[in-house]
Every structure is written in C-alpha cells, then in structure tokens.
Design a protein around this ligand. Structure first.
Ligand code: SF4
Length: 214
C-alpha cells in the first residue's frame, strides 16, 4: 500500500489560479527540495504524518468537495503523489497539483491540472527551474510566477514570451505578498500588453497572511 507524508488536509476557499474563489480540499504533502526566500509554508518542510493513499482519498471525500489540490512543500518529491492524483480523479474530483517546477511534471496522470510555479530570481531558487516543464504544459495547465521586483517581472515576462505561454497555457503573475504592490505589477503587465492573469492570494485577504490551514 502506497504511503505519503502528509502535513495537513483541510477545506478552504481556493486562493490562487483560475480556480480562485471556489471551495477546495487541500492535501499538503510534507517536504520540499527548495528553500525559497519568501516561503510561507516552512512548517511543511519536516512536519507531517504517514498516511496511506486510500486514507487520504477518504479524508478528502469527507469534505464533499469536487475540487481538490495536492500541494506542499513539493508534492512531486514523494513518489506516490501521482498515484494520489489518479485516485482522486477516479473518486470524481477535479484535481490540481501545485509544484515548484523543479521536478518532472509528466509523471502526473492525464486529467490532473498542473500548476507549475516557476521560481523567479528573487526566490533564490531560479537555477533549479526545469525548463522542459514549460514545453510540456498545455491549455488546461497553469504557469505561475511569484514576482517581488522589476527584475523578477522582466525575467517572468521574457520566459512567458520565450515559451509562448500566452497562447499555449494559462500564465499567472502573483506579487510577493507584503512586498510587491499589486498596482505596480498591474501597470507593468498593462504597459507591456502581456496576456497573463494577475492573481492575489485570496486566502491571505480573507484570513490574514499567517493563518495556517486555509
Ligand atoms: S517550493 Fe514552495 S514550499 Fe518549497 S521552499 Fe519554495 S515556496 Fe516553500
């Protein structure tokens, strides 16, 4: 029986992506292979308990949500993550998997929406980006850039253009909460005529920036 180390399972309002605003069940897996400067889930680096895949699927099912997100930490760092995505799809959920973009996304089952977080220079982890992932994303997938400075913005903009993401996928630009004024990022996007979605972390506006399990 496959097992995963789980940090937390909870129901909340999806705060990001084009699914923002919808009720969603979250499975946060423990452990991460990166150490981003602005990380807001450091508590998931170590903390967690082993659960069987079936047990996790039942916990998600108990919420009655039709939308589920597997996140972390870095979910793809655990070998059984694709099996969990498959089992949730089989249970009738729409499944989102948010990954930090450093590991192969093609191991995920067809039907899972891949949200690939591309680490900009300000994260301190941009040398870990697996660029091949940006060739693999499709129209149902989302490619997220968390932006903390003009340098990050230009880097992200150039990546969006280089990989044709405006036409091939769903690019998301997200300001680093508390560091980057959303209005400034909006002006840059509009100034360049970039077809990307500006997203704010809705859950931080609803419940505050430091609340866990939302
Ligand atoms: S990839 Fe995510 S969980 Fe890992 S350090 Fe970066 S922000 Fe934190």
């Amino acid at each position: 029986m496959s097992r995963l180390k789980v940090n937390e399972i909870f129901r909340s309002i999806q705060g990001e992506s084009s699914f923002a605003g919808l009720p969603c069940a979250f499975v946060r897996l423990a452990g991460c292979n990166l150490r981003c400067r602005y990380c807001d889930t450091k508590y998931a680096y170590e903390e967690g308990r082993e659960m069987e895949v079936g047990e996790i699927v039942r916990a998600v099912g108990a919420f009655g949500c039709r939308l589920a997100e597997i996140t972390g930490g870095e979910p793809l760092a655990q070998p059984a993550a694709p099996e969990l995505a498959t089992r949730l799809l089989e249970a009738g959920c729409q499944v989102l998997v948010e990954t930090n973009g450093s590991l192969p996304i093609e191991i995920l089952p067809k039907g899972a929406v891949r949200i690939v977080d591309v680490k900009c220079p300000g994260s301190g982890e941009s040398d870990k980006v697996r660029w091949r992932n940006l060739e693999l994303v499709g129209p149902e997938d989302e490619v997220k850039f968390v932006i903390g400075s003009r340098e990050d913005y230009e880097w992200a903009r150039d990546a969006v253009r280089r990989f044709g993401l405006e036409d091939r996928s769903r690019p998301l630009f997200s300001p680093v909460h508390g560091e980057m004024e959303p209005s400034r990022l909006a002006e840059w996007i509009l100034g360049d005529g970039l077809r990307v979605r500006l997203q704010l972390q809705l859950h931080k506006y609803i419940w505050g920036a430091d609340r866990r399990g939302v």
